[in-house]
Design a protein around this ligand. Structure first.
Ligand SMILES: C[S@@+](CC[C@H](N)C(=O)[O-])C[C@H]1O[C@@H](n2cnc3c(N)ncnc32)[C@H](O)[C@@H]1O
Length: 197
């Protein structure tokens, strides 16, 4: 049982250490693969927000990107870094909060977030969007996977709300959204593009 304060780095870390991380399947999401195989993302730096054990980060690095993976959970990050080093990949991992990416010095052509945004407290989500926007080059693509809005017994209203969606404009334009169903919840993939503003 994870008795630590929910959402803290220690809480996330304990989830990985206690094998309570059902998302950590080792599978690169097909939506990420499809985007890379489309050839649309421009070569350069990529950001993996809430990278966990770095499955997507390593895939991006194996496909020519230099990758920075950011997460709160040290145990996941150290596994990610060990595997990337073993495979000789240009994927680097930092413990940090995705709502304050001030420690990231580069500008990326691509960002991915597979399941982190909806874990960020609603009041910190505008900071996430602003911080990410500053670290993306104009025209950069940003692929986001989230749960759709639902009522959680533990946390109350959860998932990507209409208010969240509105925080992306005008810095991001929505290219497309695909709605689906995952682990008994409605979910969605969104592809955003960093505007020239
Ligand atoms: C559902 S998991 C997804 C992990 C990974 N993207 C994957 O697909 O395996 C969410 C991840 O976001 C991380 N996380 C949650 N809030 C965060 C925050 N504010 N800053 C950085 N990472 C965060 C957690 O530690 C966790 O690894």
């Amino acid at each position: 049982m994870n008795e630590l304060p929910r959402g803290t780095p220690e809480w996330w870390n304990a989830r990985y250490l206690n094998a309570d991380a059902p998302w950590d399947t080792g599978i690169v999401p097909p939506e990420v693969v499809a985007l890379i195989e489309s050839g649309e993302p421009q070569p350069g730096w990529a950001l993996d927000l809430g990278c966990g054990s770095g499955v997507t980060s390593r895939y991006l690095a194996a496909n020519g990107f230099r990758v920075v993976g950011v997460d709160l959970a040290l145990s996941a990050l150290s596994r990610a870094a060990q595997m990337a080093a073993r495979q000789g990949l240009a994927a680097y991992f930092c413990q940090g909060d995705v709502t304050d990416l001030g420690f990231v010095q580069m500008r990326a052509t691509l960002a991915v977030d597979v399941g982190c945004f909806h874990a960020v407290l609603p009041e910190r989500r505008p900071a996430y969007v602003a911080s990410l926007a500053e670290r993306l080059l104009p025209g950069a693509l940003y692929l986001l996977y989230t749960f759709e809005p639902f009522l959680s017994e533990q946390t109350g209203p959860s998932g990507l709300s209409p208010a969240d969606l509105s925080t992306f404009a005008p810095r991001f334009g929505l290219r497309w959204a695909q709605h689906g169903f995952d682990r008994e919840r409605l979910s969605a993939w969104h592809l955003w593009q960093r505007a020239h503003v």
